[in-house]
Write a protein that binds this ligand. Structure first.
Ligand code: SF4
Ligand code: SF4
Length: 336
């Protein structure tokens, strides 16, 4: 069954980057230390920040990420604190290296999902994007987590270098103990966002609209047939489809170690964050910031896409766009 996941007005999602350091150097890494700092947040600060965002009444979900969050020695303690604070779901995103023996310090009762990142169906394909040895390590990590009773999911970031490996990935997934499969589109942020060529931003990694539409939805259908729930970004909207900006209608917070809090992930490379932790207090920042941009109503859809990657949009002869770019947070979900 395929459905577009509408933005929930009654749930809060917190994407907490608890550090920016990582043992890998993926080609498409979106972490930008100049903008996000390189601090390892102490437990007391993480707890204070989370407490101020833990919503009473409505659903609240937290995703711990980095950098590589398992490199943070206090990850188990902040997971346990988040559970006690009453977060409804807790996810850890990891590259699979599972540092500090993390799986023996947390339990499946405390963590809803451990989400692994893999960008190819073989060592050969994955490791040239994510680093030598990362494929074998990630697969071993998935199996180990499953053996210990954790729910596991897998994130595959589609770029021009691996889009045609998605079909082979589907075959690999059939034999992996994975409950959910997330297909992401290569970002416009961090390392991948700065690889400019004369033909446009990041031309070596970005996928075309045609390739995306030809490859991603059929593979998603195929994977769903194995009983795995698949989620992928909608990316393109027809002119008659409604556009919504999550910055205006959803309750998402992307927190970084230097205290910046964004409502939109596409804004993360710029100092336009709408909120900021100053000490223990979450304050609004001065205009002009991302929250002013969200109100700009343009025929192309997402205003940040138009600013960062205008070459992604095509126009008719009369100047009207052929399609709208959906909010990067709008997802399609397929379940068996
Ligand atoms: S994408 Fe993730 S795993 Fe890869 S270098 Fe960046 S933080 Fe590390
Ligand atoms: S990606 Fe675009 S549409 Fe989505 S929150 Fe950001 S500015 Fe709004």
């Amino acid at each position: 069954m395929k459905r577009t996941v509408s933005f929930s007005k009654n749930s809060r999602n917190i994407f907490f980057h608890i550090l920016t350091n990582c043992n890998l150097k993926c080609k498409h890494c979106y972490i930008n230390k100049e903008q996000h700092g390189d601090t390892l947040l102490p437990l007391s600060v993480m707890e204070t920040w989370l407490r101020s965002l833990c919503k009473q009444g409505d659903e609240a979900n937290i995703i711990f990420l980095g950098g590589e969050p398992t490199m943070h020695p206090e990850l188990p303690q902040i997971v346990i604190s988040a559970k006690r604070m009453g977060f409804d779901s807790i996810t850890i995103d990891t590259n699979g290296y599972l540092f500090h023996n993390i799986l023996s310090k947390i339990t499946p009762e405390e963590v809803d999902f451990i989400s692994f990142s893999l960008d190819g169906p073989t060592s050969e394909k994955n490791d040239c994007l994510r680093g030598k040895g990362s494929f074998e390590t990630c697969i071993a990590g998935i199996r180990q987590a499953n053996k210990k009773g954790f729910n596991t999911s897998l994130i595959y970031t589609v770029s021009r270098q691996n889009i045609f490996d998605l079909e082979a990935m589907a075959i690999l997934l059939k034999d992996l103990p994975i409950d959910r499969f997330f297909i992401q589109v290569i970002g416009l942020r961090g390392r991948s966002g700065t690889r400019r060529t004369e033909t446009g931003r990041n031309a070596t990694l970005q996928v075309s609209r045609e390739d995306w539409q030809r490859v991603v939805p059929p593979v998603a259908e195929q994977v769903a047939e194995y009983g795995i729930t698949v989620t992928y970004p909608k990316v393109y909207l027809k002119q008659n489809e409604d556009f919504e900006c999550a910055g205006l209608v959803a309750d998402n917070y992307f927190i970084f170690p230097n205290g910046r809090v964004y409502r939109c992930p596409l804004c993360e490379d710029f100092p336009v964050h709408g909120r900021e932790f100053q000490g223990d207090t979450l304050s609004k920042t001065e205009p002009i910031n991302e929250e002013d941009l969200f109100h700009l109503n343009i025929p192309e859809g997402c205003v940040m896409n138009k600013i960062i990657q205008p070459e992604n949009i095509r126009y008719h002869h009369d100047g009207t766009p052929m399609y709208k770019i959906a909010c990067c947070l709008l997802k399609e979900e397929i379940s068996a």
